[in-house]
Ligand binder design. Sequence first.
Ligand SMILES: *[C@@H]1O[C@H](CO)[C@@H](O)[C@H](O)[C@H]1NC(C)=O
Ligand SMILES: *[C@@H]1O[C@H](CO)[C@@H](O)[C@H](O)[C@H]1NC(C)=O
Ligand SMILES: *[C@@H]1O[C@H](CO)[C@@H](O)[C@H](O)[C@H]1NC(C)=O
Ligand SMILES: *[C@@H]1O[C@H](CO)[C@@H](O)[C@H](O)[C@H]1NC(C)=O
Length: 283
Amino acid sequence: MDCRKVPFIIVTLFYLFISSSGEGRGDVSGSDIKYIDEAVQIVNTIFHNYKEIVPPRGFYPDPVYLGIHLNVLYVSDFDQVAQTLTSTVELEVTWNDTRLSWYPVGVYEITIPQDKVWSPNLSMNNAIGAPSLIDDQKYVIKHTGLLYMHKRMQLTTTCATNHTDDSAICEITVGSNLVNHEIIDFNEEQSSCDVSSNDVDHRIEVSLEGVEKRPTERPLLKANETYPEFACRMKVRLTGCCGSMKSSPANRKQENGAVVSQFYMFTLLVAFIISMLVIDSRI
Ligand SMILES: *[C@@H]1O[C@H](CO)[C@@H](O)[C@H](O)[C@H]1NC(C)=O
Ligand SMILES: *[C@@H]1O[C@H](CO)[C@@H](O)[C@H](O)[C@H]1NC(C)=O
Ligand SMILES: *[C@@H]1O[C@H](CO)[C@@H](O)[C@H](O)[C@H]1NC(C)=O
Ligand SMILES: *[C@@H]1O[C@H](CO)[C@@H](O)[C@H](O)[C@H]1NC(C)=O
């Protein structure tokens, strides 16, 4: 996304953060006022009559196509026994909502809080427990009506493993559980997964195995409909690096506990000996 590289100025406008690329106006210093006027006008215009619960199906009967990018930043744990993978991921989703486009003069994109726009209710389908958000979910609207959503989270996902095997294929899946493929679908050309293998723990080796788009079913919600799911498949292997004992935080706590209690026992023993000596010398 080259637009991220364009320097931009950020102006705070009560809850709205509005930014401009300053393109085509060599000098940005001049008119903040003009800039704010334009931004306010854009916000008033695009949100006039905008209903965030209505999906942007400008090309009906086509669904809303989503571009998905899942970036696996760090894998902190792979547990063969519990069959789980714990990772930190960045999820980026893009789609077009032509209701939110404008003709730019100086303001090329605006950043808005969640709840202001329609967004696909995607879930991390194989997460066990709620993912913990590291960053707030953020949205940027470009003047073309392209929406960009970003969120960074830590999550634990299921990963079927063979407890005797040091490696497994683990997936992180993103899917739509509420709206079916007639309403949203993943644009495969614009969807991808990245694994930052050099950032992961030395104990764990992770590489990208591939991505997959597949249908899932919710017969109770609607028979004969499919719900799209995007899977990022990774090969995960325990390297056996750095000592045979896997030092999970829980283990470390226990180790610390053991050290503390040994120290405590030793202190008690010393105190006991000293008191015996004192008593002895008094007698
Ligand atoms: C949004 O629209 C642009 C321009 O028509 C197109 O290139 C892009 O693929 C669309 N984005 C998605 C996610 O479909
Ligand atoms: C989508 O999910 C968010 C919370 O993740 C919720 O607040 C919102 O109401 C949901 N939207 C729909 C249409 O279900
Ligand atoms: C696990 O590995 C063992 C030994 O390689 C094999 O016999 C067994 O079928 C495997 N189980 C699964 C579920 O893959
Ligand atoms: C759904 O599919 C089943 C099996 O293919 C078929 O018997 C049934 O009539 C279908 N229902 C609808 C509403 O199309």
